[in-house]
Design a protein around this ligand. Structure first.
Ligand code: SIN
Length: 533
């Protein structure tokens, strides 16, 4: 073990839009460590295709954006929170443009250029700012360029945050305060101790808890699991959003077909070419995501087919290639020319609408610990997130958390943090057991805790998850920790939180649909599902 403790003013866990924005906003006041478990670009943000929803169009209004968000959220959004985020959005987007973010533009009738606003499901106006279909990649480029020119920010790549260090865990009386984090340095294999006055979780979501997901491999719910272990309140984890359209191809791992494809005219059909969304929702293929994903699921069950089709061939080849270069090229690499043939698609786990419960400034219930971005639950998404609202929320909460932590600085805590200690044995069998347990967990969640749920299936899932947790716990305490084992442990915790939350909600609402309680129950409106360790 490495006995050195690294001291900073701010520690940020995660290098997506939320973490990088926060770091840039506080760096003039102190030393910032960004701790990220892979390379700095490897974040959920990097894979975002759609864009940022914000009111910038002439015909758009805050009221309209608020209304669309609240309708999608199926009665569980906190309206004051929604309005605050929506109204703050344009200012935050302007700042992003000022640091170098290049959104797509189009020519106006008089030859000028203006932002090209996209449309996605559930939005009544064009309001998605995007960079063709690689918005996230461009956001990461712009933010990381700025981070590189800041002398106060250090980025620690291949560093895996294992657990938060809190005063409660250290056995100190009084309010629970976060003082640091144990981090596995994957380059040296040592566990190091980092301490700071302010610690920020910006670790993203947990799509990898499901067998099929649009998320990259890093999305293992680390921040949610870590903060739950540390005593934070976790809210609304039953609301896992399934994106309706991921590419269905044996070799295409996690490839998303952006909702913007439907926004620009793409139509869903079954394999016989019938448009099944017409009888489901007036917005047809552009209905909110929970509605579209459930409709696809039920159409696949009705026909017995293992996918449906998304057809954008009604647009010219030139338009498709220019607007969706990434989707076009990726599909072509699998032998599919989307300008000539429909795209085979299936729903896959995409976004965690719940997470660590936070105040309007991103504070968790643990002093000194903030949560921003997908890991958090602010009240914006309710029971179903409106497309492209997440990058907006991340920008707004990064700004608010930065301002709040600068306006209310914590005093340094003179406390001794003990070095990390765990089992020393190295087990040659570990890899195979870990990978077997990963598979079992993800399949269990897919089979029993997916788009359509029942109480019996949820209980069966909980039993399996608990068995796996016992096995993981033995490994965790007896052997040296590895990233794979740590991710598995976090995924199992997140699985437990999702299943327990789903069991608590005895109704169907938004993304939580159960055959045992198929109706929405008024008593559950505005009621968050809360879990604390
Ligand atoms: C997409 O491009 O469809 C994803 C956008 C989002 O999840 O908000």
């Amino acid at each position: 073990m490495d006995n050195s403790s690294k001291k900073f003013d701010f520690i940020v866990l995660g290098s997506g839009i939320a973490g990088l924005t926060f770091a840039l906003k506080v760096a003039h006041k102190g030393k910032v460590a960004i701790i990220t478990k892979k390379s700095r670009t490897e974040s959920n943000t990097n894979y975002a295709q759609g864009g940022i929803a914000a009111v910038t169009g002439k015909d758009d209004s805050f009221d309209s954006h608020v209304k669309d968000t609240v309708i999608a959220g199926a009665g569980l959004c906190k309206e004051d929170i929604v309005r605050g985020i929506v109204e703050e959005g344009p200012e935050r987007v302007k700042e992003l443009i000022e640091i170098g973010m290049k959104f797509s533009h189009k020519a106006t009738e008089n030859g000028d250029s203006e932002l090209d606003l996209g449309k996605e499901g559930g939005h009544s106006n064009r309001r998605i700012l995007h960079a063709k279909d690689v918005t996230g990649r461009e956001i990461e480029r712009a933010l990381l360029d700025s981070v590189a020119s800041s002398r106060n920010i250090s980025v620690f790549e291949n560093h895996f945050a294992i657990d938060l260090i809190t005063t409660q865990k250290l056995g100190q009386p009084g309010i629970n305060r976060c003082v640091g984090v144990y981090v596995l340095n994957n380059e040296t294999n040592f566990v190091e101790t980092y301490s700071a006055k302010t610690i920020v979780l910006a670790t993203g979501g947990c799509g990898k808890v499901y067998l099929y997901t649009s998320n990259p491999d890093i999305a293992t719910g680390d921040g949610t699991a870590m903060s739950y272990r540390a005593g934070a309140t976790i809210a609304n984890m039953e609301f896992i959003q399934f994106h309706p359209t991921c590419l269905y191809h044996p070799k295409a791992k996690s490839f998303l077909i952006s909702e913007a494809v439907r926004g620009e005219g793409g139509e869903l059909t079954n394999l016989s070419g019938q448009q099944f969304m017409e009888k489901v929702h007036p917005l047809k293929s552009l209905a909110p995501r929970d509605v579209v994903a459930q409709a696809i699921d039920s159409e696949m069950k009705r026909t017995g087919d293992d996918h449906v089709l998304l057809d954008i061939t009604n647009k010219s080849a030139r338009y498709i290639i220019d607007r969706f270069p990434n989707i076009y090229q990726t599909c072509l690499s699998f032998g599919l020319d989307i300008t000539k043939e429909p795209i085979p698609v299936v729903p896959a786990a995409h976004y965690q609408c719940g997470g660590v419960q936070v105040s309007r400034n991103g504070e968790t219930c643990i002093n000194g610990l903030y949560a921003i971005g997908e890991v958090s639950c602010t009240g914006l998404h309710g029971a179903n997130r409106l497309a492209s609202n997440s990058l907006l929320e991340a920008l707004v909460y990064a700004h608010r958390a930065a301002k709040h932590s600068l306006d209310n600085p914590n005093i340094p805590l003179n406390t001794d943090i003990p070095d990390w200690h765990s089992g020393d044995a190295i087990n040659a069998d570990e890899m195979v057991v870990v990978s077997h347990n990963w598979d079992e967990l993800r399949r269990t969640m897919w089979d029993y805790v997916g788009i359509v749920r029942t109480t019996k299936r949820l209980k069966r899932a909980l039993t399996r998850v608990k068995n796996l947790q016992e096995e993981i716990s033995d490994y965790y305490w007896d052997f040296t920790v590895t990233s794979d084992l740590l991710e598995l442990r976090n995924l199992a915790t997140v699985a437990e939180l999702i299943v327990k939350s789903a069991l608590k909600r005895e109704e169907s609402r938004g993304l939580h649909y159960t055959l045992d309680y198929p109706k929405t129950v008024e008593d559950f409106a505005k009621k968050d599902t809360l879990i604390k360790s």
